[in-house]
Design a protein around this ligand. Structure first.
Ligand code: 2AM
Length: 558
């Protein structure tokens, strides 16, 4: 049975309560647990209004129940690549299949979470919204598409949804939604709504000289913040734009940096607003579309109509490229109105508090490339690498990930696949297990380009192996020989043993690149199960599906 965390699931058969209102059903499809915590919050708010409510994750929801549901709230996140979270896959497919029922009796609204730096922003939420309407259901309040910093928008949607629920029941008491709860175990005053400024204690480039990569290990001080996190959680970090990029934008737009502008954080100079409050890189779809409207440029509008052309256009471009290519005299207010609000980047935490106490460690891959004749860099990774030093402060918050967690029982075996920065949460896992007397076996698959320069945390893994905290480690250095060696090749070579671990109840974790690596690892896993289990590929897929449902296959991929 799928786990719903610590959530007491309402049976839906509560006949003792004679409520005159229609019951509200809340369905969530969570990727990292944000949709889940918003759903839990909505559930309690509906109940506070004296209205019966049922909450369920999409994976364990029985679709035949749809017939009896009158009011439905869907809270769902979109995977970075525009796909539904694993938890939502089956329900998503069902609604889009020819088995989907007529839903004329149903009123609904969708709250979707996503990241607007991806082209398929909130696609899963949009799809649910469209398909429910197509099946005859009526929208009670419009869908809300939330960006990474979702708190405000989610609160606004919740408030309108609750008002509508009350009104459609013939009751008109005003409804006020309070703040979205943060981590319930976290008694800290700091949250994504009240950022903590952490001091950088340590900063080391882990790659050796001559490496083609730059991967920075950071230690941040949380002292006095009361902030708590668990292995598997991520840290939201706010970056800034480089002085050169801001100056170039000011130069091209011929706007004065000293001019005062109204930002979402009050009045600031344009220079500061462009440095700290808005994003200039990468170019976002919304910024492009805002600029296309302002300039009324036919070429840009055409690009925006075609997904492939858009993807290609946005790739490697930043705002400076755009204003150089399509000149237009922007006012400072226009400029600010089309730029993306500074949005945090999420980094998987690389430490456990049982070991590092009031610190948090991160592993950050520094993004640098050259495109359209200029050197470019990642907004946040270059802030951490170039613009902040030991002793400087950076704004952070903990982003809980309830869907990437060590097994509750520390004796359960774990298999960890984490090439590149994907290894970060596994360092946290090992720290967490290091302090325990009894612990189960653990197996790490790590990969990177070159052994001599890119073996991240090499001595720590060796120490963990020696101490028996880590049972096995297999590494794949892709560029030390002519042929590519990847983590999935190491998995396949060890197929027999890996399958034995799974059969013994091991949890399987994968962290890192979503576009290729995690997909290839998934294919390898299925192949191993098929071969070693002597079953068909369909049965192997079912085996993997069951691992997912049992929360024994967890992915933190980006
Ligand atoms: P490459 O850069 O030589 O292709 C961490 O980035 C490591 O993951 C690198 O060794 C990188 O290899 C490797 N990698 C790239 N694509 C991968 C894939 N599809 N599956 C597994 N590892 C991959």
């Amino acid at each position: 049975k799928p786990s719903t965390g610590n959530l007491p699931l309402d049976s839906g058969h509560n006949t003792k309560n004679e409520l005159k209102h229609e019951k509200v059903h809340i369905l969530f499809g969570s990727h990292t647990g944000n949709s889940e915590s918003l759903a839990i919050d909505l559930h309690s708010k509906v109940k506070d209004l004296g209205i019966d409510a049922v909450i369920s994750d999409m994976a364990s929801f029985k679709t035949r129940e749809l017939k009896g549901i009158k009011k439905l709230a869907i809270i769902v996140s979109t995977h970075g690549l525009g796909e539904p979270p694993v938890q939502a896959e089956d329900f998503y497919r069902y609604l889009h299949s020819n088995k989907a029922p007529n839903l004329a009796h149903l009123q609904f609204s969708v709250l979707s979470l996503g990241d607007s730096s991806y082209i398929d922003f909130c696609q899963t939420g949009k799809d649910f919204d469209t398909v429910l309407e197509k099946l005859g259901a009526q929208r009670i309040v419009p869908r809300e598409d939330c960006d990474v910093d979702y708190a405000e928008q989610a609160e606004a949607w919740q408030s309108t949804f609750l008002s509508a629920v009350v009104q459609t029941n013939g009751q008109t008491s005003p409804v006020k939604a309070e703040n979205i709860p943060d981590n319930p175990a976290n008694k800290s005053q700091y949250s994504r709504n009240n950022l903590f400024e952490a001091t950088i204690l340590e900063k080391i480039n882990l790659n050796g000289q001559g490496s083609s990569k730059e991967t920075v290990h950071l230690e941040l001080d949380l002292e006095g913040s009361g902030i708590k996190y668990e292995p598997g959680d991520a840290l939201g970090v706010y970056g800034s734009n480089s002085h050169e990029l801001v100056e170039s934008v000011l130069h091209t737009t011929k706007l004065a940096g000293e001019k005062e502008v109204e930002t979402y954080e009050g009045t600031k100079t344009l220079h500061d607003a462009l440095t700290y409050n808005y994003e200039l890189t990468p170019l976002s779809r919304n910024t492009l579309s805002g600029y296309a409207e302002l300039t009324d440029n036919k070429g840009l509008k055409k690009i925006l109509e075609d997904k492939i052309a858009l993807q290609e256009y946005l790739s490697g471009r930043d705002f400076l490229d755009l204003i150089n290519e399509v000149p237009y005299e922007l006012t400072s207010d226009e400029l600010i109105s089309i730029l993306r609000k500074n949005t945090p980047r999420m980094y998987s935490i690389a430490s456990a508090q049982d070991v590092v106490d009031e610190e948090v460690h991160l592993l950050v891959s520094v993004v640098r490339y050259s495109a359209l004749g200029r050197n470019k860099e990642g907004h946040c990774s270059s802030t951490l690498a170039d613009r902040l030093d030991i002793g400087d402060k950076v704004k952070v918050f903990v982003d809980r990930n309830t869907r990437f967690k060590l097994p509750k029982n520390p004796e359960v075996p774990i298999i960890m696949v984490g090439p590149g920065t994907g290894v970060a949460p596994f360092r946290a896992f090992m720290q967490q297990r290091e302090v325990l007397d009894k612990k189960g076996p653990s197996w790490l698959f790590f990969g990177d380009r070159n052994f001599t320069t890119d073996f991240l945390y090499q001595t720590e893994w060796q120490q963990y192996l020696k101490e028996g905290v880590l049972t096995k480690a297999d590494v794949a250095f892709s560029r030390d020989q002519d042929q590519k060696h990847y983590v999935q090749h190491r998995m396949l070579e060890n197929g027999k043993e890996l399958y034995e671990w799974l059969e013994k109840g091991a949890h399987f974790y994968v962290c890192g690149d979503a576009k290729k690596m995690a997909k290839d690892v998934d294919v390898a896993l299925k192949q191993i199960i098929q071969q070693q289990g002597g079953i068909t590929i369909e049965k192997a897929e079912e085996y993997v599906k069951n691992l997912q449902i049992a929360n024994r296959y967890q992915a933190d991929i980006y």
